[in-house]
Design a protein around this ligand. Structure first.
Ligand code: PLP
Length: 370
């Protein structure tokens, strides 16, 4: 039988992409905030329903530059249950990550544990809308206001998610999106920051272009984090398909749900129904409780691999356990994150995944129960 990968990048038709990049052969404006860059920014602003969008070469640099643009110095409260980029962006901006535990049902930062980690050095909170699950944005907002903290969301997983009728990029001071090829919406490599404050937009614009404010004035110590016209072109093409990709993901998630809900010892945040949330079905995380399922997460992963089905321990290990962090920062007490990272397996989820593939995956999982 054919191998089922964990993920397969969406591509528009070859002709569609070629049509999009054709004008570049005449204009020779291949990068440096050209026409496609401008058009991509405008279309994203409308699609995400936000007031401002700033494009970047990737999501990671978008987050780093935002932390730097806000002139933060001190401690940042975040979770260890994320992709390593979140913590790297904090640490590389000379800030100290402080790890806070997550909620058991949706894996986002537990607002009830944020305040006990706040001290006079705390300057910001970087919560993660992990798997596209919406953080408790109102509670986080209240805490941030009370203590004068900035809130920068890692919304890398949350493209297209809406909460209470508003685009997810409208919460906090800024939100970072990733358009990496492995994300449901992508521009090969790419990312963006959404925010309200036009002054922040100007700082970000300068920072991603070496800090050059105009030809004779360099005001900030910037980097090069610009998105090229070729990447913007891919983003413009894929934006035409994202609604269909999300709709397909809904079908896949519902099919997984209807089969896996019956299996003892399994849990997924995709089972939660929240009328306030319009999801993007980007990931299908499965929590394997070995005491009830009869096998550990690693055993289930091996059984699936044996059947040519690839899954991922996303996120394992916890960031606070990685060798680059273990000995520098306090790991904090994050027992929920610890347990979930040992039990989580993300199942295949991508635009070409067929109903028969989902059935085959569920058959193997059901048969693995003991
Ligand atoms: C993908 C991802 C990033 C980094 O985005 P890139 O565009 O790959 O740089 C950051 N945080 C999370 C949670 C991600 O999944």
């Amino acid at each position: 039988m054919e191998k089922i990968p964990m993920m397969r990048s969406f591509v528009p038709s070859f002709e569609e992409y070629c049509h999009e990049i054709r004008p570049l052969w005449d204009s020779r404006m291949l990068t440096n905030m050209g026409k496609l860059h401008k058009s991509f920014e405008e279309q994203l602003t409308a699609y995400l329903g936000v007031s401002q969008v700033s494009l970047f070469a990737n999501g990671h640099l978008a987050l780093e530059m935002t932390l730097q643009a806000l002139h933060l110095y001190g401690e940042v409260i975040t979770t260890p249950y994320t992709f390593v980029s979140t913590t790297h962006a904090i640490a590389r901006s000379n800030l100290t990550p402080v790890f806070c535990d997550i909620r058991e049902d949706d894996f986002t930062i537990d607002p009830e544990q944020i305040e006990e980690r706040i001290n006079k050095n705390t300057v910001a909170i970087v919560p993660v809308h992990v798997y596209g699950n919406v953080c408790d944005v109102h509670a986080i907002d209240r805490i941030a206001k009370k203590h004068g903290l900035k809130v920068i969301y890692d919304a890398a997983h949350a493209f297209g998610v809406r909460y209470q009728g508003r685009g997810i990029g409208n919460f906090g001071d800024a939100s970072m999106f990733s358009f990496h090829a492995t994300k449901p919406f992508h521009s090969v490599e790419g990312g963006a920051v959404t925010f309200d404050d036009p002054a922040l937009g100007q700082i970000l614009y300068d920072l991603k272009n070496f800090g050059i404010h105009n030809t004779e004035s360099v005001e900030g110590i910037g980097a090069n984090a610009k998105m090229s016209e070729f990447h913007a072109a891919m983003g413009l093409c894929n934006l035409r398909h994202i609604d269909a990709i999300i709709e397909h993901g809904r079908g896949v998630a519902e099919r997984y749900n209807s089969r896996l809900r019956q299996v003892p010892g399994l849990y997924s945040s995709c089972w939660q129904e929240n009328p306030d949330v319009q999801p993007n079905y980007a990931y299908y995380p499965l929590i394997v409780d070995e005491t009830k399922f009869g096998r550990t997460r690693d055993e289930l992963m091996a059984v699936l691999a044996e059947a040519d089905i690839l899954t991922r321990k996303y996120f394992y290990p916890l960031i606070s356990d990685l060798s680059c962090y273990r000995n520098i920062y306090s790991s904090g007490r994050t027992p929920v994150a610890q347990t979930l990272s040992r039990r989580v397996l993300t199942l295949p989820m991508f635009s070409e995944l067929e109903d028969e593939d989902v059935d085959r995956i569920c058959d193997v999982i059901e048969a693995a129960t003991r």
